[in-house]
Design a protein around this ligand. Sequence first.
Ligand SMILES: NC(=O)c1ccc[n+]([C@@H]2O[C@H](COP(=O)([O-])OP(=O)(O)OC[C@H]3O[C@@H](n4cnc5c(N)ncnc54)[C@H](O)[C@@H]3O)[C@@H](O)[C@H]2O)c1
Ligand SMILES: O=P(O)(O)OC[C@H](O)CO
Length: 330
Amino acid sequence: MSRIAVIGAGAWGTALALSLARQGRHEVTLWAHSPDHAAEMERTRENTRYLPGFALQSDLHITNDLISLPGRADILLSVTPSVNLPETIRALAPHLSDRHVYVSASKGIEDGTHRRMSEVVAAASPVRFAVLGGPSFAKEVAAALPTTATLACVDAEVARSLQNDFSSESLRVYTNDDVVGVELGGALKNVIALAAGVVAGLELGSNAAAALITRGMAEITRLAVACGARPETMAGLAGYGDLVLTCTGSLSRNRTVGVELGRGRKLDDIIASLNGKVAEGVRCTGAARGLAARHGVEMPITDHMYAILYEGLSPRDAIRTLMTRPGRGE
Ligand SMILES: NC(=O)c1ccc[n+]([C@@H]2O[C@H](COP(=O)([O-])OP(=O)(O)OC[C@H]3O[C@@H](n4cnc5c(N)ncnc54)[C@H](O)[C@@H]3O)[C@@H](O)[C@H]2O)c1
Ligand SMILES: O=P(O)(O)OC[C@H](O)CO
């Protein structure tokens, strides 16, 4: 039995809490950022805002008291949008000890500083860190459909122990020690998923979709390897697996934002219609571009996605300039 606190009651935090509680062998607490949301879930035993249609188990604890979590749990599973991680870890840091493991399931890179979530956490606390990645739509995990995930930690014993805690009949967890690769795979695929959505929104066909995923994989791998990741990690579940899922699955929020951009809708209007749900790729496109510049890595799809999002480039012109770049070897 492990005591696990899930920090963030969005779709993914809720799905993970359901999956962990379903095993019947852990004590699971789900923390919601808003007191109203926590009270509403307590009353209805459902997360109607972010993951409707799934009953929260009667023994799943719900709270809005962040700093009570280190006392209630040994594993802190952090599932806030990445932009909210710094404030969250700062509040928790004084209450963490070597008893705790901090597992990040957020998929983003910090704007401005270009820090990965492990770097954000390390700057605030010496707590042990792991990252959960892989192709995993919240709704399918909540429905207990077969899913695989990657859990990376530099300490192999911690990784194995978390693998044991998270694994179930419907969730198969692989271990890895490449924290950088799993973090960057999860964050960078969101940028390419936006572009895959643009391709779909413009109705450019299957050839273009396959090209986008493949060349997207090439640039994700270039940057991740320059940052210290292993190429094999990028070819695995947290890299290629998550990229394929997010670029092709209709449940993806990032892909959906791209589809709407391709159809000609304005970014602000699309974001407003997400009703507070996060499409991490929108922020991450700038961070990925900054990280690539720092490492001198060429990221043509990411650059064009940035120009569509923030510089008024039309999706059609972006595709045209990508297609007519000087020829090069694969
Ligand atoms: N949805 C998925 O299928 C999925 C799967 C894997 C990973 N992820 C990742 O999980 C992370 C969370 O995404 P999600 O889909 O669960 O979120 P969501 O879009 O469903 O919900 C947004 C969440 O942000 C919370 N929030 C808003 N302001 C906050 C603050 N100041 N501090 C803390 N939390 C705040 C809201 O309460 C809500 O829980 C993201 O990094 C996402 O990329 C999502
Ligand atoms: O809905 P998205 O685009 O945030 O993607 C969700 C997950 O990251 C898929 O693994």
